[in-house]
Design a binder for this molecule. Structure first.
Ligand code: SF4
Ligand code: SF4
Length: 721
């Protein structure tokens, strides 16, 4: 007993010292990042009002369970480990007394059963993981594998390690059954797995079983302690960090609004900011906030983000997983430099100083950590953030680096220059004259009031048309349909016409926070002067999901608060209230493409589908990738204005998926998506790969066919003469 106790305690002391040293180092690395006081607010919200979400996220494994089989395997392993913490207590107790049991519950047969149930659950999970990893290994699937680029050898080692934790546990418990010190009362078969192992070991006799009991208790503790060390030195660090990362996440704002620019934890005021003193975006890894650093350490390399990323799927260099791993490897390699006081860095090893000199963004020629092609390939679609089981905020990392590249380095794709200039000079990305914003109304057979000063008292809605809606030919048709539907339903609305300017979304997503703020402040002033601020009783209708997202969720950062509704939400309500009655059949197969900034970023999935269903005669078809797993059209993140030179075009990938359903109509609810998908359909038609009759339209255009036809063509047969 004494030897068992001494060996067990020495092993524990050594392992805790190694793991503790590593955790201390990791903590210092994380805190070398910028302050992030706003995260305390998020944590408070998660822990107070949002505790249920926190529990479903971490304990309930919500995001993991969206992937049924691997999610169930992970949940079984995670829950198993929670329960098996009790067996570790028992193993430590057995170092001091062979007959140890946890006071109060330790002799209950139910506890023995539960422990064995979860132990076998962990083993089953490991078997499933093994099969998944084997079937989808990068060697077999190449870059289609979500594990492509992950540290697979370490992952295999950990799988075997976890299996060893359970096997050693069952062997010592089986031996305990035979030596008579197994603590559980009543029928010894309740802890069924231990009982089975005990039956196997029984023929070896009391002496051998006593030795096995002692050796495997120590082996169990040794494996657990070795596992602890592996965890803190590997991607399995997420076991400790994931709950923290989830607690401090920006959820639900990690999708939707971008973060304001901060320097040293304070929101940057461009009037006062000094590039020599302040942090402009992320130009060095230590410009990340400590939460950004925490993200890097938390990544499990599961590859869920990578498998859903439209850039990666279509053959671009960008993988959100690889981006996080590259930043992490760089942060760890640069850590000796970061953790050494400035005057003492000369004495650092050459490798640490060389790592410190690597540019964060740069091509192979300058040994950059993140290739510029990676940085600019992102569409900000949010699939990575949505999928990540540990709430890593990839878009914040990407846009932080974009901000620095644009504002400090002036290094961004040259084709974006025109768009930015147009925004600054004309307030729209195309550089068209302001008065062209009213052109679309010329085709209407009714008047839309253009606000000149304050919105009239009897007008409830301000329709924010958006640049594409006002100026792009295809999008204009959707805007016209929306206006007509509102008119038919008797909704009183007005527009800003030439007084409307771009919300600033393309500038902000590109990283030009300065231009964004300029446009946002101008629009906020216009909207406030129009008298539509929140609390005024007036509402803003946005038909562009980018405008919808920016006005409703980003303008509050600058003091502009409005009640904003997307046109699909309003139209669905009008149909429900009977103010729009689509009765004329439109006999078509219709598939719906979820715009990322409406769906994933703002969770508006149902109203557009309700509109399609409301049109009689339509057969709604869902693409394989829809709703939360929807696939981007390729336009977000200012990608609409950038060339797509590598791999397959994202819009063509999406259209190929739609064409597999052979639809008559592809519908959507975003002018950007209409343009991108429309272009891809045109290319397919030109190549003879799509029917000439195939259309890409807004759901409002579909709805108005059923509503308008009814007015033009009486649906009831004329009375018999
Ligand atoms: S936001 Fe979309 S495009 Fe950008 S990294 Fe994430 S998944 Fe890829
Ligand atoms: S970032 Fe998240 S989803 Fe992507 S590999 Fe890491 S843990 Fe998985």
């Amino acid at each position: 007993m004494v030897l068992r106790m001494v060996v067990g305690l020495v092993l524990t002391a050594v392992a805790l010292a190694i793991a503790g040293r590593r955790l201390w180092w990791l903590g210092r690395v994380a805190l070398s990042g910028q302050p992030a006081p706003e995260r305390a607010r998020y944590a408070k919200a998660h822990l107070a009002g949002d505790l249920k979400t926190q529990l479903t996220e971490v304990i309930g494994q919500r995001k993991l369970l969206k992937w049924t089989v691997p999610g169930a395997a992970h949940a079984a392993t995670f829950w198993g480990f929670l329960v098996l913490l009790l067996t570790i207590v028992e193993a430590y107790g057995a170092l001091f007394s062979r007959t140890f049991y946890i006071p109060g519950i330790g002799q209950s047969a139910a506890l023995g059963f539960i422990e064995d149930l979860f132990a076998t659950g962990v083993l089953a999970g490991i078997v499933v993981f093994t099969v998944i990893r084997w079937r989808t290994s990068p060697r077999k699937e190449g870059r289609r594998s979500r594990f492509f680029g992950s540290h697979t050898t370490a992952a295999w080692a950990v799988l075997w390690m976890i299996a060893a934790v359970v096997v050693t546990l069952l062997v010592y418990r089986g031996a305990q059954e035979n030596t008579g010190v197994f603590p559980y009362a009543g029928d010894g078969a309740w802890p069924f797995a231990s009982w089975v192992v005990g039956r196997w070991l029984h023929p070896l006799g009391y002496g051998v079983n006593s030795v096995l009991e002692a050796v495997f208790i120590l082996a169990q503790l040794a494996v657990v302690l070795a596992f602890l060390i592996i965890v803190v030195y590997s991607k399995h660090l997420h076991i400790f960090l994931a709950p923290l990362n989830v607690m401090f996440s920006r959820r639900p704002d990690a999708l939707g609004p971008l973060e304001p620019m901060r320097s040293n934890g304070t929101v940057l005021d461009f009037e006062e900011a000094d590039p020599d003193v302040d942090t402009f975006g992320v130009g060095k890894v230590e410009d990340l906030s400590w939460k950004g650093m925490l993200d890097l350490g938390t990544c499990t390399e599961c590859g869920r983000c990578q498998s859903q990323c439209p850039a990666w799927v279509t053959g671009k260099l960008l993988s959100p997983k690889q981006l996080i791993m590259d930043l992490r490897d760089h942060a760890f390699a640069k850590a000796p430099y970061l953790l050494t006081p400035e005057g003492q860095r000369e004495g650092l090893p050459e490798a640490a100083r060389a790592e410190a000199e690597r540019p964060l963004v740069g091509g192979e020629d300058v040994n950059g950590v993140i290739d510029p092609e990676v940085l600019w390939a992102c569409t900000n679609c949010g699939a990575c953030v949505e999928e990540c089981p540990v709430d890593i905020e990839h878009i914040d990392h990407i846009n932080g680096m974009r901000r620095h590249q644009v504002l400090i380095e002036s290094a961004f794709p040259t084709e974006a220059t025109t768009m930015l200039n147009n925004l600054e000079r004309r307030g729209n990305p195309w550089g068209l004259a302001e008065d062209r914003r009213a052109d679309w109304m010329a085709e209407l057979d009714f008047e839309v009031p253009v606000i000149d000063g304050k919105i009239p008292a009897d007008v409830e809605y301000l329709y924010w048309v958006g640049c594409a809606g006002a100026l792009e030919d295809r999008a204009k048709k959707a805007v016209k349909a929306i206006a007509e539907l509102l008119h038919v339903a008797g909704v009183k609305f007005a527009v800003l016409g030439p007084a409307e300017a771009c919300t600033g979304d393309p500038a902000r997503r590109l990283g030009n926070e300065f231009v964004f703020q300029m446009l946002a402040q101008q629009n906020i002033q216009t909207l406030n002067e129009a008298g539509v601020a929140a609390g005024s009783g007036k509402k803003v209708i946005a038909s562009c999901p980018h405008c919808f997202n920016t006005i409703s969720r980003e303008y509050p950062q600058l003091g502009g608060n409005y009640e904003v509704i997307h046109h699909t939400q309003l139209l669905a309500r009008l149909v429900e209230e009977g103010k729009l009655t689509p009765v004329t059949p439109v006999t078509e197969k219709v598939t719906y493409h979820d715009p990322c900034f409406l769906g994933r970023h703002n969770k508006v999935y149902t109203p557009p589908r309700q509109l399609i269903d409301a049109v009689p005669g339509t057969t709604a078809q869902e693409m394989h990738r829809c709703k939360g797993k929807g696939f981007c059209c390729g336009a977000g993140g200012a990608r609409m204005w950038l060339e797509e030179r590598t791999g397959k075009r994202i819009n063509e990938e999406r259209i190929d998926e739609a064409l597999a359903l052979d639809p008559d109509t592809i519908s959507t609810a975003c002018p950007y998506c209409m343009v991108m998908l429309g272009d891809a359909v045109d290319a397919k038609k030109a190549a003879g790969q799509a029917r000439q009759s195939l259309e890409v339209i807004d759901v409002a255009q579909l709805l108005i066919r059923a509503v308008k036809l009814r007015q033009d063509q009486p649906t009831q047969a004329p009375p018999a003469p």
